[in-house]
Design a protein around this ligand. Structure first.
Ligand code: NDP
Length: 327
């Protein structure tokens, strides 16, 4: 990808920190240091990259660079200037789109030949629109949402589902591998977004379905730890029943790692996808409606697993283990 002279970006070979001299280290930017963006970016703050970060709220970027070798950029345009790769991870696609234009926008400075990697769990239509905008500037675009949660981001074991040109994927693979253990090329631009949305719709269904079942069992006299012991050794088990409910619902701790508002957005994207593809999808549409309702009720800061609280309220019972009722 790089010419022997620094400052020249070419579409020829993959980015490789090890194949470059110290003078020509890959220039990378990361935009959006939120719950998952910050731990992802931490893996790029390493000696072999010239690395800058930008965050809408400056204090978060300042805190990040205080702990890492990264530098703070003052605007998206400042972050994208002379970069080989710009990675972005913000809530929704329209937030990404809002960073493109104007004197402070990415397109004002990002060089031809570079690649924009959007790790936002976005929507396919907006990703296709943005890919076209970047293409007008000879910049590559990939939608590259991730799964594995904050723990996976901290450990660098995320799955990255990528939509876009396969050669572009190969060029930025060394960057993606800094935070991703499994890099999966899904198809054309937008397919990474589509797959991510469907995956998260499954997560939402598991949360809601398990919550309904456990509330009903609670009222029938079966404590939640007993119920989960059986379910997790049986065919009804899921990541939700094994890894989310025991440490989050049974303890009533509900740690905030992935906002309910973001899961609502993901399920809505999956429901739209099914409608656009003319797939009868009553379960997806209902799940989208339920998560919109839970989001409205619990607000912007609630964690996704807290949707359980809405099921409990409607069912008139709280889920608790046999060791003690919390209500
Ligand atoms: P957070 O809400 O924790 O952080 C959002 C980040 O985006 C913050 O840095 C915020 O800046 C910034 N931001 C918000 N709005 C804008 C805007 N309009 N313009 C510029 N920057 C903005 O979200 P997460 O980090 O949890 O999620 C980011 C993406 O990753 C989402 O698409 C989400 O669905 C996805 N994701 C999240 C996972 C998780 O476990 N958290 C797991 C997998 C995917 P500021 O500091 O100013 O608020």
């Amino acid at each position: 990808m790089f010419d022997s002279q620094c400052g020249q970006v070419k579409h020829s070979a993959p980015i490789s920190a090890t194949s470059l001299t110290n003078d020509c280290m890959p220039r990378v930017a990361f935009l959006g240091l939120g719950a998952i963006g910050a731990p992802m970016a931490r893996h790029l703050a390493r000696d072999e990259f010239d690395f800058v970060v930008w965050n809408r709220t400056r204090a978060r970027a300042d805190a990040f660079v205080a702990e890492t070798p990264a530098r703070v950029a003052l605007s998206p345009a400042d972050a994208a200037r002379d970069r080989d790769v710009v990675v972005c991870c913000v809530p929704v696609s329209r937030d990404v789109e809002s960073l493109l234009d104007g004197p402070d926008g990415i397109l004002a400075t990002m060089p031809a030949g570079a690649v924009f990697v959007d790790c936002t769990s976005g929507d396919p239509a907006t990703s296709r629109r943005m890919a076209a905008r970047f293409a007008e500037h000879q910049i590559g675009y990939l939608d590259a949402p991730v799964s594995g949660g904050v723990v996976g981001a901290v450990q660098g074991t995320l799955t990255v589902m990528v939509g876009g040109d396969v050669n572009t994927v190969d060029r930025v693979r060394p960057i993606l591998e800094c935070f991703g253990q499994r890099i999966v090329h899904c198809g054309v631009v937008g397919t990474g977004d589509a797959l991510k949305a469907v995956n998260n719709a499954m997560l939402a269904m598991h949360i809601w379905g398990l919550a309904e079942g456990l509330v009903a069992l609670q009222k029938a006299g079966v404590a939640a730890d007993i119920a989960l012991e059986v379910i997790n050794a049986s065919s009804g088990r899921s990541n939700t029943s094994m890894n989310l409910f025991p440490p989050r619902v049974l303890t009533r701790e509900f740690p905030r790692t992935f906002r309910l508002a973001l899961l609502d957005k993901d399920v809505a994207i999956a429901a739209d996808l099914a409608r656009e593809q003319h797939v009868p999808s009553p379960l997806l549409q209902l799940t989208a409606e339920l998560f919109r309702m839970a989001h409205n009720e619990l607000g912007e800061l609630a964690d996704h697993v807290e949707a359980t609280r809405v099921v409990e309220r409607m069912g008139g019972a709280e889920i608790y283990p046999s060791t003690g009722a919390s209500a």
